[in-house]
Design a protein. Structure first.
Length: 468
């Protein structure tokens, strides 16, 4: 068996039973000193001790070896880099020590930060008016984002279900629409019909459960028609799996749970259209050339970007990406994250980030090296994603998407190959949001930070009216 370190879990189990290290040692038949070494991760857990723990404390051995500290550590590192924390930032060793010796304190700290984040979000949405009732309740979007982030934006059961479907319905990429349509009818008695856009003015896809019919708007292009059929198949064949995945999530609000299920079904659709192993191999062999990937799997640019942000299978990981989509007003309409990047969760993102500039150059990929106020550096690409135009009113319904990674992974991407990343002038200094950004003398500042006062001097005019 691989070395298993369970110091935090062992300490918590001992405290729940109100035992000293000596008392636990007596139960397990080992020395108190050895218990101390186990709790401090200086010794790994043997199979014999694992079985002894399970027998004497009546716990499932899988609960003992299940380790969430890696996710907690990543979340803690992300939170502690928030610009609101001034002074020295704890290093990795200090953060690990906090998780090992005060896990409950860490959990409460992260919970408090989550409340703080939600409060800021709602304050900024409401402006200076009266605080809304239920201020401390997270928005549905935030709940879904947190759920996906907690799973590193990777769901192995959905990957396996998608692989089973492709194994049961082998076909070429060109034929997948017909195969999915036939499976819906053959296995579930569900028919698929296209309808005129004038008949579906408020929806692109409607699944009528009573009539056993899926209606697809003709406004959907072919990649999105296929995507919607895979989505419906997930709802029909994998609803129990969706329920299982969210059973322990703590999500109780019906609308939030429905939103989470929708995104999980979208995840399944991506996994069906872009099978993990083949997709990862294509991404690596093309140096993450998204246009080549899109052509290979007959998907849209946005769908390929979204799928790239899910390549976190243990032992077969791709580049860990974050994915973000905004509209022309700067509203974040979709976000997924497998990195420590602080996504623009509070409204409009930083105007220095070229995700907004992409609207001026439709269809052109814009690379950018960026640096956050905490000094962390990333590489991102931005490009517009068009919505189908079916009449005069739907022209220029365009969004902008960004895909990015930490700087250390940039060399694996063809989009960064032509740049000298050692040149400091390559990096654009961005922030998360003007409300939260501590940068001074930024020519793009639109708001005063909520947690600090910028210096003002009546004798001079600075780059903006917020400081001088």
């Amino acid at each position: 068996m691989a070395k298993t370190f369970v110091g935090a879990q062992l300490r918590q189990l001992r405290r729940e039973h109100n035992q000293t290290q000596a008392q636990m040692a007596q139960v397990l038949g080992i020395s108190p000193g050895y218990v101390n070494l186990l709790e401090n991760n200086q010794r790994s857990l043997s199979v014999r001790l694992l079985m002894a723990l399970a027998d004497h404390y009546k716990v499932d051995w899988r609960d003992i070896v299940h380790d969430e500290t890696s996710n907690l550590l990543a979340e803690l590192r992300s939170v502690i880099n928030d610009p609101m924390f001034t002074g020295g930032v704890p290093d990795l060793q200090e953060l690990r020590a906090a998780l090992d010796h005060a896990p409950r304190l860490v959990e409460q700290f992260l919970r408090l930060y989550g409340i703080h984040r939600t409060t800021l979000e709602r304050i900024m949405r409401q402006g200076a008016g009266r605080l809304p009732e239920g201020l401390m309740n997270s928005s549905g979007e935030a709940v879904t984002h947190d759920f996906f982030r907690d799973h590193s934006n990777y769901f192995h059961p959905l990957e396996l279900a998608a692989e089973r479907l492709r194994a049961e319905e082998p076909c070429d990429t060109d034929d997948i629409y017909g195969v999915l349509k036939a499976r819906l009818f053959r296995s579930h008695g569900i028919d698929v019909r296209r309808r005129a856009a004038e008949e579906m003015t408020r929806a692109l896809r409607v699944y009528d459960r009573d009539a056993r019919v899926v209606y697809l708007s003709e406004a959907l292009d072919h990649p999105n028609q296929v995507f919607q059929l895979a989505h419906v198949l997930c709802l029909v064949e994998c609803q129990n799996l969706l329920d299982q995945l969210t059973a322990d999530s703590g999500i109780t609000k019906r609308s939030s749970l429905a939103g989470c299920h929708v995104e999980l079904a979208n995840y399944f659709s991506s996994a069906v259209l872009m099978p993990y192993e083949r997709f990862l191999a294509t991404a690596e062999s093309t140096a993450y050339d998204i246009d080549r990937i899109s052509v290979r799997f007959a998907v849209s640019f946005e769908q390929a970007c979204h799928r790239l942000a899910t390549l976190q299978r243990p032992g077969a990981q791709g580049v860990p990406f974050f994915f973000l989509r905004v509209d022309k007003a700067g509203n974040v309409t979709k976000r997924f994250n497998s990195t420590s990047f602080h996504l623009a969760e509070y409204g409009g993102a930083c105007p220095v980030w070229n995700i907004h500039l992409a609207f001026r150059t439709p269809g052109v990929i814009l690379p950018q090296f960026v640096e956050l106020p905490d000094g962390s550096r990333y590489f991102s690409i931005s490009r517009t994603a068009d919505r189908p135009a079916i009449n005069l009113e739907t022209q220029d319904h365009r969004l902008s998407v960004a895909l990015g990674c930490e700087l250390q992974y940039a060399k694996r991407l063809r989009y960064a190959a032509a740049y000298n990343i050692d040149d400091e002038r390559m990096f654009s200094r961005i922030g998360i949001n003007c409300h939260l950004c501590p940068r001074q003398a930024c020519t793009q500042r639109a708001h005063q930070p909520v947690f600090m006062d910028l210096p003002l001097d009546t004798a001079r005019r600075g780059n903006t009216r917020y400081e001088s």
